[in-house]
Every structure is written in C-alpha cells, then in structure tokens.
Design a protein around this ligand. Structure first.
Ligand SMILES: Nc1ncnc2c1ncn2[C@@H]1O[C@H](COP(=O)(O)OP(=O)(O)O)[C@@H](O)[C@H]1O
Ligand SMILES: [Mg+2]
Length: 258
C-alpha cells in the first residue's frame, strides 16, 4: 500500500446517511469520506440535495423543523450527531460560507472579531492579530487595512464574500463548507475566490457546492455528483470529468440534463 494512503485519515466520514424533511426523503444512503487538505466539490442539478448534504456536516439542518437524519457522520472519528456533542464547538470546527455574502451590519473589524469574541477572546492585541491574519488569509487585507472601522456593507460584493470567508477563518476552523460562494459574484471576484481556495486548502479542508461544472473542474481535487438525493459518483475530479464510471454522471457532465 502506498505510504500516503496509510497516513492520510479522512477529515469526515459519512456512512449510510438518509435525511428526511418531514415525510419527504432528500438524501438516500449517502456514504463518502472527505480527505484532509483537499477541495471537494459537490455538483448536480438544482434540488438534488447538495445544500442539504453540506448542511449535515455541521448540523445546520438541526435548525430546520421536522428534519430527521439516519446514518453516521464522523469528524476525526467522532460521531457529530452524538448526544454529548457541543454543536457550537462543532460549528467552530466546521465553518460555513453562504451563497450570498452576508456580513453583519458592523465594521469590517467587528465582523472578523465577532466569532473570536464569542469564544472569549477579549485582548485587543490578540483580536488585532486575528483580524489581520484572517483578512490576509482571505486575500482582503491590502484592500481594507486602512478602513477597518468602515461598515462591511459598504464593500463590493466580491470583497464582502472574502470578508465572510475571513470571518469563517477567524475562529480557526479545520473544515470550511461553502455553498455556491461565487454564484452572486462577477467573474473577476469569482476567480479571486477560486485562487484563494488553492491557498486555503494547504491549511483547511474545503467542501464546496457549485452548480458550475467548470468551477468544480478548476478548483477541486475530488468531485461528488448527486442526483435526486443519491450520491451517484465520487472520485478524483480529473477522473470524474474525463472518465466517468456512471452513465448518469456522463450524461450530466456532457450537458444532457440539468
Ligand atoms: N427546508 C426544507 N424543507 C423542506 N424541503 C426542503 C428544504 N430544503 C430543501 N428541501 C428539499 O430537499 C431537496 C434538496 O434540496 P437542496 O439540498 O436545497 O438541493 P440543491 O442544493 O442541490 O439545490 C429539494 O427537493 C428541496 O425542495
Ligand atoms: Mg443548494
């Protein structure tokens, strides 16, 4: 066995996951591992369960009434749906960035310092350092360093989304979930975020939903194709796009539906 396969433990292990919204089943027996320090893309037509699946990874579906989940999701071997799991701590470890940039109506600085403050950091110098580091990691520091006290809502859409990424990074997560993070952005802002992902994966594990197959092909190491709540195929991105194993994957990536 290659040395690497022995050493690399998955960050997340999903086994036989079913999810229901009330009576309606939205995920069917999904099993997959997410590897550490990779970008994993979730693709598939609208309504196939990408966002639902993404939200199970940090229990965001808990907030939706009537949701039932069966199966197991482990984060470094520990089951995240166990009773004794602290959901706030889980969401600190597994951060999230949403489709539309959603900065708080606060200053740039306070947006980034928000999470660390909630987790008890009060020291001004420490907060300053976290703000700078997070903004640097999100490739936004140079653009905003002279106006940290300005309102975040005054930034451009692309800057706001990088701010939201910086805000997610500020609490030092291990995993960052992103749900179509560029779908509201122009092409230049989109490519900035795509470049950023390549930097971030050195330090974080990223799972990104995208309805844009070209984006999945550009940014991800692994791709998972969902259809009607089922995981149809999961493989190295290059293989999935060049040599899909399943006819449904092939039909989707060649644009026959979706
Ligand atoms: N809060 C919800 N309540 C009920 N059904 C939902 C909810 N969110 C999503 N669904 C349903 O679950 C299925 C998967 O949706 P979703 O995960 O949003 O798909 P995608 O992100 O791939 O577009 C769809 O049929 C959708 O209508
Ligand atoms: Mg979605």
């Amino acid at each position: 066995m290659a040395e690497q396969t022995v050493l690399t433990k998955p960050a997340i292990q999903v086994e036989n996951l079913d999810l229901y919204y009330g009576q309606k089943q939205a995920l069917y027996d999904v099993s997959m591992d997410v590897e550490v320090n990779t970008v994993t893309a979730l693709i598939g037509p609208s309504g196939c369960g990408k966002s639902t699946f993404l939200r199970t990874l940090n229990r965001m579906n808990d907030l939706i009434p009537g949701v039932q989940i069966k199966g197991t999701i482990r984060l470094h071997g520990e089951s995240i749906y166990d009773r004794n799991i602290d959901v706030e701590m889980l969401r600190k470890q597994v951060g999230m960035v949403f489709q539309a940039p959603n900065p708080f109506p606060k200053s740039i600085y306070d947006n980034i310092a928000y999470g660390p403050r909630i987790h008890g950091i009060r020291n001004k110098k420490t907060l300053d350092e976290i703000v700078e580091k997070s903004l640097r990691q999100a490739a936004l520091w140079d653009e905003v360093k002279d106006r940290l006290r300005d309102r975040a809502t005054g930034l451009s859409g692309g800057q706001q989304q990088r701010l939201c990424i910086a805000r997610a990074l500020a609490v030092e997560p291990e995993i960052v979930l992103m749900d179509e993070p560029t779908s509201a952005l122009d092409p230049i802002s989109t490519s900035k975020i795509e470049e950023l992902l390549q930097e971030l994966k050195n330090k974080y594990t990223i799972v990104i939903v995208t309805h844009n197959m070209q984006q999945a092909a550009r940014v991800s190491d692994k791709t998972a194709f969902f259809l009607n709540g089922e995981l149809i195929e999961y493989n190295d991105t290059a293989t999935l796009f060049s040599n899909p194993a399943n006819k449904k994957t092939e039909d989707y990536i060649t644009g026959r539906f979706g």
